[in-house]
Design a protein around this ligand. Structure first.
Ligand code: HEC
Length: 201
Protein backbone atom coordinates (compact mmCIF):
# COMPACT_ATOMS: atom_id res chain seq x y z
CA UNK A 1 0.00 0.00 0.00
CA UNK A 2 2.85 2.32 1.02
CA UNK A 3 4.71 1.34 -2.16
CA UNK A 4 1.66 2.18 -4.32
CA UNK A 5 1.33 5.59 -2.66
CA UNK A 6 5.04 6.36 -3.26
CA UNK A 7 4.76 5.23 -6.88
CA UNK A 8 1.73 7.49 -7.36
CA UNK A 9 3.50 10.51 -5.83
CA UNK A 10 6.58 9.88 -8.01
CA UNK A 11 4.40 9.62 -11.12
CA UNK A 12 2.61 12.87 -10.24
CA UNK A 13 5.95 14.63 -9.67
CA UNK A 14 7.31 13.41 -13.01
CA UNK A 15 4.11 14.60 -14.75
CA UNK A 16 4.33 18.07 -13.10
CA UNK A 17 8.03 18.44 -13.98
CA UNK A 18 7.29 17.29 -17.57
CA UNK A 19 4.48 19.85 -17.90
CA UNK A 20 6.79 22.61 -16.57
CA UNK A 21 9.51 21.71 -19.09
CA UNK A 22 6.94 21.64 -21.92
CA UNK A 23 5.59 25.06 -20.86
CA UNK A 24 9.17 26.40 -20.62
CA UNK A 25 9.79 25.30 -24.22
CA UNK A 26 6.41 26.25 -25.76
CA UNK A 27 5.63 29.52 -23.97
CA UNK A 28 9.28 30.61 -23.99
CA UNK A 29 9.71 29.76 -27.70
CA UNK A 30 12.80 27.69 -26.88
CA UNK A 31 12.82 25.67 -30.08
CA UNK A 32 15.11 26.31 -33.04
CA UNK A 33 12.79 26.78 -36.03
CA UNK A 34 15.59 27.94 -38.35
CA UNK A 35 15.92 26.03 -41.61
CA UNK A 36 19.64 26.86 -41.58
CA UNK A 37 20.16 24.91 -38.32
CA UNK A 38 21.40 21.37 -39.02
CA UNK A 39 20.14 18.45 -36.98
CA UNK A 40 22.77 16.21 -35.36
CA UNK A 41 23.64 13.51 -37.95
CA UNK A 42 22.19 10.55 -35.95
CA UNK A 43 18.85 12.40 -35.54
CA UNK A 44 18.83 13.29 -39.25
CA UNK A 45 19.55 9.65 -40.21
CA UNK A 46 16.81 8.39 -37.88
CA UNK A 47 14.20 10.73 -39.40
CA UNK A 48 15.35 9.87 -42.93
CA UNK A 49 15.08 6.12 -42.28
CA UNK A 50 11.64 6.54 -40.69
CA UNK A 51 10.49 8.43 -43.79
CA UNK A 52 11.84 5.75 -46.13
CA UNK A 53 10.12 2.99 -44.11
CA UNK A 54 6.85 4.95 -43.90
CA UNK A 55 6.70 5.45 -47.67
CA UNK A 56 7.48 1.76 -48.25
CA UNK A 57 4.65 0.84 -45.90
CA UNK A 58 2.16 3.25 -47.54
CA UNK A 59 3.03 2.10 -51.06
CA UNK A 60 2.86 -1.64 -50.37
CA UNK A 61 -0.82 -1.85 -51.42
CA UNK A 62 -0.25 -0.11 -54.74
CA UNK A 63 0.28 -2.10 -57.91
CA UNK A 64 1.17 0.11 -60.84
CA UNK A 65 0.12 -1.11 -64.29
CA UNK A 66 2.92 -2.19 -66.58
CA UNK A 67 4.22 0.87 -68.41
CA UNK A 68 6.14 0.12 -71.61
CA UNK A 69 9.15 2.35 -71.24
CA UNK A 70 10.72 0.99 -74.42
CA UNK A 71 8.20 3.24 -76.17
CA UNK A 72 9.69 6.58 -75.19
CA UNK A 73 6.64 8.57 -76.29
CA UNK A 74 5.04 7.34 -73.03
CA UNK A 75 7.52 9.63 -71.30
CA UNK A 76 6.81 12.78 -73.34
CA UNK A 77 4.14 14.20 -71.00
CA UNK A 78 6.26 13.12 -68.01
CA UNK A 79 9.34 15.01 -69.07
CA UNK A 80 7.28 18.17 -69.60
CA UNK A 81 5.61 17.62 -66.24
CA UNK A 82 9.01 17.24 -64.59
CA UNK A 83 10.15 20.49 -66.18
CA UNK A 84 7.16 22.42 -64.89
CA UNK A 85 6.63 20.83 -61.45
CA UNK A 86 9.90 19.38 -60.17
CA UNK A 87 12.82 21.22 -61.71
CA UNK A 88 12.87 24.05 -59.15
CA UNK A 89 13.92 21.58 -56.45
CA UNK A 90 15.17 18.42 -58.19
CA UNK A 91 17.70 18.58 -61.00
CA UNK A 92 17.40 16.25 -64.02
CA UNK A 93 20.18 13.73 -64.81
CA UNK A 94 23.53 15.45 -65.11
CA UNK A 95 22.23 18.71 -63.59
CA UNK A 96 23.27 20.63 -60.48
CA UNK A 97 21.11 21.54 -57.45
CA UNK A 98 19.39 24.91 -57.93
CA UNK A 99 19.80 27.81 -55.52
CA UNK A 100 16.39 26.98 -54.05
CA UNK A 101 17.36 23.31 -53.58
CA UNK A 102 20.55 24.28 -51.79
CA UNK A 103 18.58 26.52 -49.41
CA UNK A 104 16.15 23.83 -48.25
CA UNK A 105 16.42 21.56 -45.23
CA UNK A 106 15.94 18.64 -45.62
CA UNK A 107 17.53 18.90 -49.05
CA UNK A 108 15.53 17.67 -52.05
CA UNK A 109 16.70 14.18 -52.96
CA UNK A 110 19.00 13.61 -55.92
CA UNK A 111 16.45 11.63 -57.91
CA UNK A 112 19.01 9.89 -60.13
CA UNK A 113 20.32 8.33 -56.93
CA UNK A 114 17.05 7.90 -54.98
CA UNK A 115 15.08 6.40 -57.90
CA UNK A 116 17.52 3.47 -58.04
CA UNK A 117 16.60 2.55 -54.45
CA UNK A 118 12.79 2.91 -54.61
CA UNK A 119 10.02 1.04 -56.40
CA UNK A 120 7.82 2.69 -59.04
CA UNK A 121 4.95 2.62 -56.53
CA UNK A 122 7.04 4.35 -53.83
CA UNK A 123 8.10 7.08 -56.26
CA UNK A 124 4.48 7.52 -57.32
CA UNK A 125 3.25 7.62 -53.71
CA UNK A 126 5.71 10.38 -52.71
CA UNK A 127 4.96 12.38 -55.85
CA UNK A 128 1.22 12.20 -55.16
CA UNK A 129 1.26 12.64 -51.35
CA UNK A 130 4.40 14.66 -50.60
CA UNK A 131 6.50 14.43 -47.43
CA UNK A 132 5.38 16.13 -44.24
CA UNK A 133 7.69 18.71 -42.62
CA UNK A 134 9.68 19.08 -45.82
CA UNK A 135 9.25 21.17 -48.96
CA UNK A 136 8.11 18.11 -50.98
CA UNK A 137 4.58 19.01 -52.20
CA UNK A 138 1.56 16.69 -52.51
CA UNK A 139 1.04 16.99 -56.26
CA UNK A 140 -2.01 14.72 -56.07
CA UNK A 141 -3.90 17.70 -54.63
CA UNK A 142 -4.12 19.24 -58.09
CA UNK A 143 -2.76 16.69 -60.60
CA UNK A 144 -4.17 13.40 -61.90
CA UNK A 145 -2.77 9.96 -60.98
CA UNK A 146 -2.15 9.34 -64.66
CA UNK A 147 0.13 12.35 -64.93
CA UNK A 148 1.99 11.54 -61.71
CA UNK A 149 2.43 7.86 -62.58
CA UNK A 150 4.05 8.88 -65.87
CA UNK A 151 6.46 11.14 -63.97
CA UNK A 152 7.25 8.33 -61.50
CA UNK A 153 7.92 6.03 -64.49
CA UNK A 154 10.28 8.65 -65.90
CA UNK A 155 12.13 8.74 -62.55
CA UNK A 156 12.80 4.99 -62.79
CA UNK A 157 14.85 5.79 -65.91
CA UNK A 158 16.90 8.51 -64.19
CA UNK A 159 19.71 6.28 -62.81
CA UNK A 160 20.67 5.23 -66.36
CA UNK A 161 19.60 8.35 -68.31
CA UNK A 162 22.38 10.66 -69.48
CA UNK A 163 22.00 14.45 -69.58
CA UNK A 164 22.07 14.23 -73.42
CA UNK A 165 19.26 11.65 -73.58
CA UNK A 166 17.19 13.73 -71.16
CA UNK A 167 17.67 16.77 -73.40
CA UNK A 168 16.70 14.77 -76.49
CA UNK A 169 13.61 13.40 -74.74
CA UNK A 170 12.57 16.93 -73.85
CA UNK A 171 13.05 18.13 -77.42
CA UNK A 172 11.10 15.16 -78.82
CA UNK A 173 8.26 15.82 -76.35
CA UNK A 174 8.01 19.43 -77.47
CA UNK A 175 8.23 18.41 -81.14
CA UNK A 176 5.45 15.84 -80.60
CA UNK A 177 3.20 18.74 -79.67
CA UNK A 178 2.48 17.90 -76.04
CA UNK A 179 1.40 21.11 -74.43
CA UNK A 180 2.48 22.05 -70.91
CA UNK A 181 -1.19 21.76 -69.94
CA UNK A 182 -1.76 18.16 -68.74
CA UNK A 183 -5.54 18.59 -68.88
CA UNK A 184 -5.35 18.10 -72.63
CA UNK A 185 -3.28 14.91 -72.54
CA UNK A 186 -6.11 12.43 -71.98
CA UNK A 187 -7.67 13.58 -75.25
CA UNK A 188 -4.69 12.24 -77.18
CA UNK A 189 -4.75 8.73 -78.64
CA UNK A 190 -1.20 8.14 -77.34
CA UNK A 191 -1.96 9.30 -73.78
CA UNK A 192 -1.00 7.01 -70.91
CA UNK A 193 -4.63 6.61 -69.80
CA UNK A 194 -5.52 5.07 -73.16
CA UNK A 195 -2.71 2.55 -72.67
CA UNK A 196 -3.49 1.34 -69.20
CA UNK A 197 -6.26 -0.04 -67.06
CA UNK A 198 -7.83 2.88 -65.21
CA UNK A 199 -8.59 0.71 -62.13
CA UNK A 200 -5.00 0.02 -61.23
CA UNK A 201 -5.09 1.15 -57.63
C1 HEC B 1 9.60 22.90 -53.47
C2 HEC B 1 10.54 21.84 -53.59
C3 HEC B 1 10.16 20.54 -54.23
C4 HEC B 1 9.48 20.34 -55.41
C5 HEC B 1 8.91 21.39 -56.35
C6 HEC B 1 9.45 18.91 -55.61
N1 HEC B 1 10.09 18.29 -54.59
FE1 HEC B 1 10.41 16.26 -54.40
N2 HEC B 1 11.34 16.54 -52.61
C7 HEC B 1 11.59 17.77 -52.05
C8 HEC B 1 12.30 17.56 -50.80
C9 HEC B 1 12.76 18.66 -49.87
C10 HEC B 1 12.47 16.18 -50.65
C11 HEC B 1 13.20 15.45 -49.52
C12 HEC B 1 12.28 15.24 -48.34
C13 HEC B 1 12.96 14.47 -47.23
O1 HEC B 1 14.15 14.20 -47.28
O2 HEC B 1 12.25 14.11 -46.28
C14 HEC B 1 11.86 15.57 -51.82
C15 HEC B 1 11.81 14.20 -52.01
C16 HEC B 1 11.28 13.60 -53.15
C17 HEC B 1 11.24 12.18 -53.40
C18 HEC B 1 11.71 11.07 -52.43
C19 HEC B 1 13.06 10.59 -52.80
C20 HEC B 1 13.53 9.47 -51.90
O3 HEC B 1 14.62 9.59 -51.35
O4 HEC B 1 12.79 8.51 -51.72
C21 HEC B 1 10.66 11.99 -54.62
C22 HEC B 1 10.41 10.65 -55.32
C23 HEC B 1 10.35 13.31 -55.13
N3 HEC B 1 10.72 14.25 -54.22
C24 HEC B 1 9.77 13.52 -56.36
C25 HEC B 1 9.38 14.78 -56.83
C26 HEC B 1 8.71 14.97 -58.09
C27 HEC B 1 8.41 13.87 -59.10
C28 HEC B 1 8.42 16.32 -58.18
C29 HEC B 1 7.66 17.02 -59.27
C30 HEC B 1 6.41 16.41 -59.70
C31 HEC B 1 8.94 16.95 -56.98
N4 HEC B 1 9.52 15.99 -56.18
C32 HEC B 1 8.87 18.31 -56.70
C33 HEC B 1 11.25 19.00 -52.55
C34 HEC B 1 10.54 19.23 -53.72
Amino acid sequence: MLFARHALITLLLVAVIGACIAAWIIVGGRFDVSVAAQLPQPVHDLIHQTRVNAVRREARHLQAPPVDLEDESVLFPAVLGFQSMCIDCHHPPGGQPSELARSLNPKPADLSDAAGKRSLEELFWVTRNGIRMSAMPAWGTTRSDEELLAIAALLTRFPTLSAERYGELLESARAAGFSQDPNTWHEREDSLSKRMDSNWH
